[in-house]
Design a protein. Structure first.
Ligand code: B1M
Length: 244
């Protein structure tokens, strides 16, 4: 039997599965980076009356969480994670307009970009996709960003997080330039600053004044969720004073 015949024989009719098995199958399909199957599964759940938030959390985000854990543990590698993230994006593209209509707030928002002088973007793109996969709204500034680009995006999007990426030892010090500029303008504490990139480490993150260094995209997701939750909890405990 040819591979093609074998594949056809093994092809599953997603619509024939009960909800719990379909969700389990979607987790497997996400893991395998099967975008079309994820899109089909998303449509089926919506047609069965699932709300977009439930589809996002139970079918997509839960599936990506498994991918994130296995990436962190060295079971999955960059190409597989990029495929999974791409499949996730397919599902999210269907849900996004529906989520916007429900007014459900995103888990958090972030601006991210590779710093001035640096054109490496594979790791940053992975972080962006994983953040989106975790339900965050992400504004990606691309590569080679001078401080002005970050300032403009922060002003425009007012995100929870500013993320910066650098892959060169010659460009990583630029992160300090950005943080110092935020300081100078008195807006440093308005944002959670997260940094990442292969040549960085924990100590460097502290030295440039970031809130945290993220070793990889999975850590970037965990750190973002943790720090956003802490920040929201703190703002409930200490409401910001409003001028009379
Ligand atoms: Co370049 N490059 N490169 N390169 N390149 C490195 C980084 C290098 C280590 C290779 C080497 O010499 N061994 C070296 C840097 C040496 C140093 O600074 N000490 C190097 C060099 C020297 C250069 C050039 C100067 C080469 C030249 O022209 N002479 C040049 C620089 C251009 C420039 O930026 N101005 C250059 C160019 C390029 C390409 C264009 C060819 C290409 C980039 C393509 C692209 O990105 N679109 C490229 C590549 C691919 C690499 C390597 C091979 C791979 C980088 C990568 O994508 N890794 C790299 C060697 C290596 O690292 N093995 C190398 C996979 C990626 C998933 O990992 O980016 O670490 P990473 O991201 C991880 C984490 O770091 C973290 O999460 C990601 C996912 O887990 N993370 C974040 C990253 N950003 C984050 C941001 C966050 C959080 C986490 O924000 C919150």
């Amino acid at each position: 039997m040819s591979n093609e015949e074998l594949h056809e024989e093994e092809e599953l009719d997603l619509a024939s599965l009960p909800d719990d098995e379909l969700v389990q199958q979607m987790h497997d399909d996400l893991y395998d980076g099967l975008k079309e199957e994820i899109e089909e599964g998303t449509h089926i759940l919506l047609e069965r009356g699932w709300g977009p938030v439930k589809v996002m959390n139970e079918a997509l985000v839960a599936g990506m969480t498994i991918v994130g854990i296995d990436f962190r543990d060295g079971i999955l590698f960059v190409p597989e994670v990029l495929l999974a993230a791409n499949a996730m994006k397919g599902g999210m593209a269907i849900l996004r307009p529906l989520l916007a209509a429900t007014g459900a707030p995103p888990v958090g928002t972030a601006v991210i970009g590779t710093v001035k002088g640096d054109i490496h973007d594979i790791g940053k793109n992975l972080v962006t996709m994983m953040w989106e996969g975790a339900g965050m709204e992400v504004f990606d500034l691309g590569i080679n960003n001078p401080v002005e680009n970050y300032l403009e995006a922060l002003e425009k999007h007012k995100p929870d997080i500013l993320g910066m990426s650098a892959l060169l030892t010659t460009t990583m010090p630029y992160m300090k330039v950005v943080v110092e500029e935020l300081d100078k303008r008195g807006i440093r504490d308005n944002y959670i600053v997260l940094v990442g990139g292969a040549p960085l480490n924990e100590e460097f993150g502290k030295a440039v004044g970031a809130d945290a260094y993220c070793r990889d995209a999975a850590v970037a997701v965990e750190t973002a969720k943790e720090l956003i939750a802490a920040r929201r909890a703190a703002s409930v405990e200490q409401p910001i004073a409003v001028a009379a």
